[in-house]
Design a protein around this ligand. Structure first.
Ligand SMILES: NC(=O)c1ccc[n+]([C@@H]2O[C@H](COP(=O)([O-])OP(=O)(O)OC[C@H]3O[C@@H](n4cnc5c(N)ncnc54)[C@H](OP(=O)(O)O)[C@@H]3O)[C@@H](O)[C@H]2O)c1
Length: 260
């Protein structure tokens, strides 16, 4: 199959491209680096022409309305213009509809844009990737203290496993219209204290003392109340956080992504 991967040079998209290639498909990365700009529409029709499926993994933390949302809309418009029945598989975030955070709102808008596009589309929500959970766990540490938002817990997931599930959707049967697939999560949920202890042990430091910050803003309340945890119907799998941590450098770099 010829499968276009938006954001195909990114953290998740790059893994999708490699996995599709390993499964014998023609995976085509589409992002500004390959001449495709979802904000302007440049190159979109050309890259989608002849595609059997699309994985939408392009994203911008700073301009999500123009990349994640308008990008999804552009994919739908382009496929309709081309008369294509290609199935679009898009990645979203567990609980994005429950937390009033601008980037999360954009993920909801992106889902809606695909729902309204009148094309075959599957939205797959996943929890935080291990690298992001570790980044926040590390960023919340100041000297011997680790700051925690209320009772917040995270259930991070293996990015490679998520990439594989996106590939399953893209290469499997397409729905007749829009569908929300089963949410994806890692096997274990952690409190901020547990996360801080794991990160400290990994770096060979003393376990920091956890200081609970009251969730005074609505966005923090959402995190504290478990909005980003998977529901009982979520599919869990992939390497757990602790196993992932054993593959990471010591000390763990304070970085957002895991380019491995
Ligand atoms: N990180 C997490 O914990 C997590 C959890 C659940 C879901 N997700 C979702 O996973 C997706 C991918 O995340 P990621 O961390 O892999 O992102 P990433 O590494 O930042 O990759 C995003 C890619 O989007 C491309 N892009 C940005 N602006 C573009 C534009 N105007 N037109 C076309 N492409 C553009 C960029 O490539 P160019 O610079 O070449 O354009 C970039 O490589 C996002 O939708 C995110 O919401 C992430």
């Amino acid at each position: 199959m010829r499968i276009v991967v938006t954001g195909g040079r990114g953290d998740l998209g790059g893994r999708v491209v490699r996995e599709l290639g390993a499964r014998g498909h023609d995976a085509v990365p589409a992002s500004r680096r390959t001449g495709v700009d979802l904000s302007t529409g440049d190159g979109v029709d050309a890259v989608l022409d002849g595609a059997d499926a699309v994985v939408h993994a392009a994203s911008s933390q700073t301009r999500p309305q123009s990349v994640d949302v308008a990008g999804a809309r552009r994919l739908g418009e382009s496929l309709r213009r081309l008369g294509s029945s290609a199935h679009v598989v898009s990645i979203s975030i567990v609980g994005c509809d429950l937390v009033p955070y601008a980037y999360y709102r954009a993920k909801v808008d992106s889902e809606r844009a695909l729902e309204e596009a009148g094309i075959a589309a599957t939205v797959v929500r996943a929890t935080q990737f291990h690298s992001l959970a570790a980044f926040f766990g590390t960023a919340g540490r100041v000297g011997p203290l680790a700051f925690a938002i209320g009772d917040m817990r995270v259930q991070p997931v293996d990015i490679d496993w998520v990439a594989q599930r996106l590939c399953d959707h893209a290469t499997g049967p397409a729905p007749s219209g829009f569908r929300r697939a089963t949410d994806l999560a890692g096997p274990t949920a952690y409190t901020a204290g547990e996360m801080a202890a794991l990160l400290a042990a990994h770096d060979g430091r003393r376990t920091p003392r956890v200081v609970r910050v009251p969730p005074f803003l609505p966005v923090l309340k959402g995190f504290s109340q478990g909005a980003i945890l998977p529901g009982p119907d979520a599919k869990t799998g992939g390497r757990g956080f602790e196993e992932w941590l054993t593959t990471q450098p010591t000390p763990l770099p304070r970085r957002f992504r895991s380019p491995t």
